[in-house]
Design a protein around this ligand. Structure first.
Ligand SMILES: [Ca+2]
Ligand SMILES: [Ca+2]
Ligand SMILES: [Ca+2]
Length: 423
């Protein structure tokens, strides 16, 4: 497939549908009755997907990341109301701690299917969603007073939200198949939805919902027989992995023989999502379509970081991976490389401004250095530095609101960004 063909397919397959009225999930967040009695059931409906040739013309333009000089016009996260007085935090966690997330003075993580929250102001740690609620609670994402997570009480995963101010727990998106991999920033929630095919990866589509817009519905952003995965949201920008250029087409619904399980060519794409409106159309762009595999992007403004398998030899290539980033129209940067001996290390880097953080695993990978969080700088491009006091196995990292958090078996920690080693 040549580049033009790929761009055409990308634009067709990213889907790029603005289906503001497509599905009926619009459960107000916060307030209302306690617990989950007002669960909204969101069933599939006719999505009314328009033919490709009727898509707005701006979606047929060559997909490119906006040039650096246009960044000022790109949607970015609103300013937070006030700086957070972060202080260093370190604590013992469960042996299966993972999925760390931070926002506005709180850090949250998952361990053994329950979600723990620590408030740095009160120095209190509590079980925010525990075993008194049915099912396993996973994939927590904090954003101000909201804690969104997945729960499988219905037999597959759905999206739930806990208002930390009112302690109100509600179902947010309950639909057939899995709703998973949520990401949330300033009220814009994105996730991967498999309502059309249960657990089939090829049924994966990108969806979003504006939680701060009264009555806003869940909106389907892609519609194709290709897997999309791992969205990440900052401001109005969503980045995600797209497999429409998979070499053996295993992940495009048209598998060729023999299937190469090491190919799985993912690319990093993005959408700028307007505030909820029936006539608003998201703008799509490509961050990288390198022929090797890329996955698990994280975005902040015009900077994007991701995991990358280019140049990883010899096989098995999945014994290690690299960390790449790109700022606007600038060239891609190689920031570092890590071993990957633990399957659960299948997680994304984190990014804020010019800083990128990731988990480094050196054991048995021929790499030097401890298990640690590493932080690189996109501006200076000097070698990344290891954050002290993170020497155990680590599974997750978050970098946001001028704080860095990490989690691994038995341990969670946080440092203000001012305390993170600089170059
Ligand atoms: Ca579901
Ligand atoms: Ca899809
Ligand atoms: Ca690729």
């Amino acid at each position: 497939m040549n580049q033009l063909e790929f761009q055409r397919r990308t634009m067709a397959l990213i889907g790029i549908l603005w289906l503001a009225a497509c599905a009926g999930t619009s459960v107000p967040v916060g307030g209302g009755a306690a617990t989950q009695t007002d669960t909204a059931v969101d069933v599939g409906v006719d999505l009314g997907i328009p033919p490709v040739d009727t898509l707005p013309t701006d979606l047929t333009a060559p997909p490119e990341l906006p040039p650096a000089d246009s960044v000022d016009t790109a949607p970015t996260a609103p300013e937070t109301s006030s700086p957070i007085a972060w202080t260093p935090f370190s604590a013992t966690a469960g042996s299966n701690a993972r999925g760390v997330t931070l926002s506005t003075g709180r850090i949250a993580w998952e361990e053994d299917g329950v979600i723990q929250v620590h408030d740095l102001a009160t120095k209190m740690t509590w079980t925010a969603v525990g075993k008194s609620e049915p099912g396993a609670h996973r994939e927590p994402v904090l954003d101000s007073d909201r804690l969104v997570f997945t729960n499988d009480r219905t037999g597959d995963r759905d999206l739930w939200v806990l208002d930390l101010a009112t302690k109100t727990l509600k179902a947010l998106v309950v639909a057939p198949g899995d709703q998973l991999a949520p990401s949330l920033d300033h009220g814009l929630l994105a996730w991967i939805d498999r309502r059309s095919g249960a657990h089939d990866a090829l049924a994966s589509e990108l969806w979003s919902m504006d939680l701060d817009v009264a009555g806003a519905a869940a909106r389907q952003l892609t519609s194709d027989a290709v897997e999309q995965a791992w969205p990440h949201v900052r401001g109005r920008r969503v980045v995600f992995t797209d497999f429409s250029k998979d070499v053996d087409k295993k992940l495009t619904g048209l598998p060729e023989s023999p299937i190469d399980h090491n190919s799985d060519n993912g690319d990093i794409l993005g959408l700028d999502v307007p505030i909820d409106a029936a006539s608003a159309v998201p703008k799509a762009f490509v961050i990288t379509d390198d022929p090797n595999k890329q996955a698990r992007p994280a975005v902040d403004g015009d900077a994007v970081a991701w995991l990358d398998w280019r140049g990883i030899t010899p096989e098995p290539k999945y014994a290690r991976f690299k960390i790449y980033a790109r700022v606007g129209a600038q060239a891609e940067q190689l920031l570092g490389e890590t071993g990957w001996n633990t399957a659960e290390l299948w997680r994304r880097p984190a990014i804020q401004g010019s800083r990128v953080a990731w988990v480094m695993e050196a054991t048995a990978a021929g790499l030097s250095g401890p298990h640690a969080v590493y932080v690189g700088n996109l501006t200076t491009q000097k070698p990344a530095k290891a954050v002290p006091e993170t020497s155990g196995l680590l599974l997750a990292v978050d970098l946001r609101e001028d704080a860095l958090a990490w989690a691994g078996p038995g341990h969670v920690g946080l440092l203000p960004l001012t305390a993170v080693p600089s170059e």
